[in-house]
Design a protein around this ligand. Structure first.
Ligand code: FMN
Length: 165
């Protein structure tokens, strides 16, 4: 199946997850296209879509939300999976999902939205981001579990194979 993977990432951690997901889907035999949300011109060419977003200040990325606003109808007409990368630390915090994740999931009919633990690299943050991290005492580090990301991608691949074309 022809699959679009579109991930909104500010500092690369979530984009790398998207690349891992794309690799797993391709390994399973799917024709995978990775396109940044702002570059997506429509989804009618795809049989299925995987959307991903980093979370900042309790919300999914603007680019992801804008993509859903532009193509909500087209997205709803095909299987869509949604993941986000947000909580950091061990145990990962915050435990609450982004404020808008259910709205976005409902808007596209996303199948089982999935949270993955993220990464904070202090070296790439701008001043306001550093201030927010200091204020919330969010721990720096790479807490991502890429094996979990790949395993999720394999379940997506299996489900895609099972979807009627
Ligand atoms: C300034 C700042 C604010 C953040 N706010 C949240 C938040 O509200 N909720 C959350 O779950 N994660 C939050 N995070 C964690 C990021 O979502 C996480 O580090 C993510 O993996 C970053 O992905 P990216 O490198 O693709 O941008 C925040 C990180 C930073 C640096």
């Amino acid at each position: 199946m022809r699959v679009l993977v579109s991930v909104a990432s500010r500092h690369g951690a979530t984009a790398e997850m998207g690349e891992e997901i794309a690799l797993e889907l391709a390994r399973a035999g799917h024709d995978v296209h990775v396109v940044e949300p702002d570059e997506v011109e429509g989804v009618t060419d795809y049989d299925a879509v995987v959307l991903g977003s980093a979370v900042y200040a309790g919300r999914l990325a603007v680019a992801l939300r804008a993509l859903v606003e532009r193509f909500g109808g087209q997205l709803r007409a095909r299987p869509v999976w949604l993941f986000w990368s947000g909580p950091v630390g061990d145990p990962p915090l915050p435990i609450t999902p982004p404020d808008d994740v259910h709205v976005i999931a409902d808007a596209v009919g996303a199948l089982e939205p999935r949270c993955f633990v993220g990464r904070i690299d202090p070296g790439v943050l701008d001043l306001s981001e550093r201030a927010l991290v200091a204020l919330t005492q969010a721990p720096a580090g790479d807490f991502r579990d890429l094996d979990a990301v790949r395993a999720w991608a394999r379940t997506v691949a299996e489900n895609l194979t099972a979807q009627p074309v």
